[in-house]
Design a protein around this ligand. Structure first.
Ligand code: FES
Ligand code: FES
Length: 189
């Protein structure tokens, strides 16, 4: 069968592969690029296990012919780690907060969460927003709350120190005001 040359940037490195016309991106990543972190669950676009970032958008690689990724910038779960292989803040938050589940669903969940963090840079998405962003990633084994908490913790961590301080400021101001009011009330007695 004739093969087609496809070139893309994969986790920061330029790659060129020759693929059968309808070979799925999922299979090219796993077989031709030896990146087996991206998993196949349903193979039908339902479970999100195969999620990768294509030009910054989360996509089900089981539904996409690799030829459609020609010229694109791809990020797989392997590309989330820091240079040298250390865990990213998002990955670390999953470990610390118990958000890491099985090896089938977790890679896709991490990639979808990464897309959300890129979109919401500079603020912490609310519970509902995280749940919506992860709606295409299914796990039938356990709950999602620890995952949601881990994503929000990573977003908090990613905020610049000044923005974090500004977030705390209204609460701190309210506390100081409450203290002053209580003091005045004590004096008035
Ligand atoms: S394997 Fe692609 S969505 Fe389930
Ligand atoms: S599918 Fe991964 S823990 Fe349920």
């Amino acid at each position: 069968m004739s093969r087609i040359a496809v070139t893309f940037t994969l986790n920061g490195a330029r790659r060129r592969v020759r693929v059968a016309p309808m070979k799925r991106l999922l299979d090219v990543l796993r077989e031709d690029c030896a990146l087996t972190g991206t998993k196949e669950g349903c193979g039908e676009g339902e479970c999100g296990a195969c999620t990768v970032l294509i030009d910054g958008r989360a996509a089900n690689s089981c539904l996409i012919p690799a030829v459609h990724a020609d010229g694109a910038t791809l990020v797989t779960v392997e590309g989330l780690a820091r240079r040298g292989g250390a865990l990213s803040a998002l990955q670390q938050a999953f470990v610390t907060m118990g958000g890491a589940q099985c090896g089938i669903c977790t890679p896709g969940i991490l990639v979808s969460a990464q897309e959300l963090l890129l979109r919401s840079r500079g603020r912490v998405p609310g519970d509902a927003e995280v749940r919506e962003a992860l709606a295409g990633n299914l796990c039938r084994c356990t709950g999602y709350q620890k995952i949601v908490d881990a994503v929000r913790a990573a977003a908090r961590e990613a905020m610049p120190a000044r923005a974090r301080a500004a977030r705390r400021a209204p609460k701190a101001r309210a506390t100081a005001k409450a203290r002053r009011t209580a003091k005045r009330a004590r004096r008035a007695r």
